[in-house]
Write a protein that binds this ligand. Structure first.
Ligand code: 0GY
Length: 299
């Protein structure tokens, strides 16, 4: 019996995702996913805002192979706070096929940063989604940014579209490559050409250090599975406008999905709709993530 019980409305990840029809190019990278626990070995953070089901690394590797991917970028989830042990354990047991994005606070030591780097961490995540975290103050985040910049790391930012106007100047003042989770979570009931998404497009256009993950149709869609069609115009616009600065990920094990749990095979089948040519698919799934996470092996 685990010491942790998942939240009563917690949806577990899909037990047997379908085989996607789309075959990713050899060497493809799932650039946004998480590991949770197992809680008995890597306890969830006391200050977490949710308690998930365990989603251990072995299940992630199974999914990677089943979907036809080769590598993973594992992003520290808020349920583990700034305790990166589950992430580091996964990286160290990945045969070099995973890199990570950690969460650190200001009190992190240089030794800790160094050992995270050795394990394969290449970035930190700044989270502004209020249901997930109490965001750190800007001056703390600036200090963390200046500490991780010399390591060659980047910053991943997670926020809701409605918050972008007030966060815009802080974001553009960041000194590293900045990767935006899930296109800044657009409200897809609004038009692609509307003011809200235009601000995100402006952020990407005017700041060439900004990248975007074109992930999470399942989180953004009002229409839902299996096609998530209402999200496609947003993602496709970003892929076609910034083909060298986009990443794609499953978001497995899909934390905090309340209405449905996606079949990961269906999510992979969205890829050819948002990146319709083999050249765009190669950039999205291989060239871009390799440049950011495995620069020594990138072609
Ligand atoms: C995601 C999304 C979520 C959660 C987290 O760190 C987290 O807890 O990322 C979410 O609930 O939106 O990107 O996987």
């Amino acid at each position: 019996m685990s010491q942790f019980t998942p939240d009563p409305d917690w949806l577990p990840f899909h037990p047997s995702p379908s085989k996607p029809a789309f075959v990713p190019p050899a060497g493809a990278v799932d650039a946004h996913c998480h590991v949770f626990g197992p809680g008995d070995i890597f306890p969830y953070a006391p200050k977490r805002k949710y308690t998930p089901c365990d989603a251990p690394k072995e299940k992630l590797w199974e999914l990677r192979d089943h979907l036809g991917f080769t590598r993973n970028i594992i992003v520290q989830a808020t349920c583990h706070g700034a305790d990166n042990r589950a992430l580091v354990d996964a990286l160290l047991h990945s045969d070099g096929k995973a890199r990570g994005v950690a969460t650190v606070y200001q009190d992190v030591t240089d030794e800790e940063l160094h050992s995270l780097s050795e394990a394969g961490v290449r970035g930190v995540r700044f989270n502004f989604v209020k249901r997930l975290v109490d965001a750190l103050p800007f001056d703390s985040l600036h200090e963390i940014a200046s500490r991780i910049k010399p390591l060659g790391w980047h910053i991943v930012i997670y926020f809701e579209a409605a918050e972008l106007p007030e966060l815009y100047d802080f974001f553009t003042g960041l000194p590293t490559t900045v990767v935006v989770d899930h296109m800044g979570r657009p409200d897809v009931s609004k038009p692609v050409g509307g003011a809200e998404f235009e601000l995100f497009v402006k952020l990407m256009s005017e700041n060439t250090n900004f990248w975007s993950k074109v992930s999470c149709p399942e989180r953004l869609s009002l229409e839902g599975p299996p096609f998530y069609s209402d999200v496609i115009p947003f993602a496709r616009h970003i892929v076609e406008s910034f083909p060298d600065r986009v990443l794609w990920g499953t978001d497995w094990p899909h934390p905090n999905m309340k209405n449905h749990m996606p079949d990961d095979g269906h999510l992979v089948d969205v890829i050819p709709h948002i990146a319709p040519t083999s050249e765009l698919q190669q950039k999205l799934l291989i060239d871009n993530p390799m440049r950011l996470y495995w620069p020594d092996e990138a072609t």
